[in-house]
Design a protein around this ligand. Structure first.
Ligand SMILES: [Zn+2]
Length: 98
């Protein structure tokens, strides 16, 4: 039975769906991963083992706006930090994306 960190899933989802994504100067895979890793280190992990469990935690997440706002707060902080100090050298080649 696989173990899933629901906080990670929600954070990934929130990062892609929200304005936080626009805060990122660089949207490469490394910067996205850095933001998520940084935020997740500051957030409580919520592990579930079944899809039923995942549904339950998802539901409780929507019922507890505080958890959502904690995730958004940490994602925002991390996005600003990674944008200021990216772990890679300055912009490689970003011309491919329209
Ligand atoms: Zn980057």
């Amino acid at each position: 039975m696989p173990i899933v960190n629901v906080t990670e899933q929600l954070a990934t989802q929130l990062l892609q769906d929200s304005e936080i994504y626009d805060l990122l100067k660089c949207k490469c895979e490394q910067c996205i991963s850095d933001v998520l890793a940084m935020a997740l280190n500051r957030l409580p992990a919520r592990y579930v083992t079944t899809d039923t469990g995942r549904v339950f935690v998802n539901a409780s997440y929507y019922l507890h706006p505080q958890l959502q706002s904690d995730i958004v707060t940490e994602l925002t902080r991390s996005a600003l930090q990674v944008s200021s100090y990216p772990h890679h050298a300055q912009q490689p080649k970003v011309a491919d994306t329209p």
